[in-house]
Design a protein around this ligand. Structure first.
Ligand SMILES: Nc1nc2c(ncn2[C@@H]2O[C@H](COP(=O)(O)OP(=O)(O)OP(=O)(O)O)[C@@H](O)[C@H]2O)c(=O)[nH]1
Ligand SMILES: [Mg+2]
Length: 311
């Protein structure tokens, strides 16, 4: 039985709307998330790495592999440098349009701006919405080389770090610390010179870090030619099995939930504390500190007392 086109269109619109709601945050988002229930069985794969190394192209190919296995997949392309969410102008959307008629694929872009609760929180919520909609796999693509990056490790069950020879430089990435979070390394653009050197660089780095339960494989791909993508999928599935067996998956989910609870409380406390500091009751102390009549330390001490009494 095939679902009617109108049904499908309505369902996709509802999904898009739900993501927009959680993106905006606030009471509506909280209510929506409460209706989703506590958790889901979705497998979340993070794909990160320096700009332009072929992440979106690789994800596009992975979509093909995942669909050929009969699983459904949603992609959340988080772009910290773009000001516009959801739209079709992002390269990611363009790069993956060949899947746009496929009911088992949903692609959504998320930009840096417009998330009062922070981009990471918005992405986390969007992943939950996608999971609740029943996608078997959710792939989160983020650029992972700059300052404002979303910590994909705090979202994903498995983190794929993509580098390319000569692009964003593998060794630079190692220095920037983004490689440390990888469960799987991919040297994409293996059709370019220097790929085996990049593989060797990563291997050398890995040999310094003992990992008893899972040794991150270092794969080579040519995403534009669909080379190595099945091997990447196989590595992902191996990681999924091993992460479950070794208890890594469960430990990560626990750590993630704990971190999220803490973050949410801190965000809330911060907001309320700021409101008190900026209110009339605090004005006198703030002004005196501003005028240098009391030291910043003394000002902070008095304000701190005020805040903790009123929180
Ligand atoms: N030679 C070569 N080019 C590739 C390969 N994979 C991707 N490209 C090209 O590299 C360019 C960047 O690819 P994207 O997939 O947009 O890279 P990205 O990492 O998603 O880029 P951002 O999201 O902007 O960080 C495109 O022109 C691709 O066609 C590859 O394996 N070999
Ligand atoms: Mg991209």
């Amino acid at each position: 039985v095939t679902e009617s086109t109108t049904n499908r269109a309505a369902r996709i619109r509802a999904l898009a709307r739900a993501i927009s709601v959680v993106e905006r945050g606030g009471p509506d988002a909280d209510a929506l998330e409460a209706d989703l229930g506590p958790c889901s069985a979705t497998w979340v794969i993070g794909v990160t790495g320096p700009p332009g190394v072929g992440k979106s192209t690789l994800v596009d190919r992975l979509i093909g592999t995942i669909r050929s296995q009969g699983s459904t997949v949603a992609v959340l392309a988080v772009d910290p440098s773009s000001p516009i969410s959801g739209g079709a102008i992002l390269g990611d959307r363009v790069r993956m349009t060949r899947h746009s008629d496929d009911d088992g694929v949903y692609i959504r872009s998320m930009a840096a701006r417009g998330h009062p609760g922070g981009l990471a929180a918005a992405a986390r919520s969007a992943v939950r919405v996608l999971g609740a909609h029943g996608f078997d796999v959710v792939i989160v693509e983020t650029v992972g080389a700059g300052q404002n990056e979303v910590d994909v490790a705090s979202l994903a069950d498995c983190v794929v770090v993509v580098v390319a020879p000569g692009v964003g430089d593998g060794v630079q990435a190692i220095k920037a610390g983004i490689l440390e979070i990888a469960d799987i390394y991919v040297v994409n653009m293996a059709d370019r010179p220097g790929a085996s050197q990049t593989v060797a660089d990563i291997g050398a780095m890995l040999s310094l870090a003992p990992t008893p339960d899972w040794v991150p494989p270092v794969l080579q791909t040519v995403a534009i030619d669909d080379h190595g993508v099945d091997e990447l999928w196989a590595a992902l599935e191996r990681h999924r099995v091993q992460a479950r067996r070794a208890g890594i998956a469960d430990a990560r989910r626990r750590a993630r939930r704990r971190a999220e609870v803490t973050e949410r409380v801190l965000a809330d406390v911060r907001k309320r504390a700021l409101a008190i500091i900026e209110s009339d009751v605090a004005a006198q102390v703030v002004d005196r500190a501003a005028a240098g009549e009391i030291t910043p330390i003394e000002g902070a001490r008095r304000l701190g007392e005020m805040v903790s009494q009123r929180l």
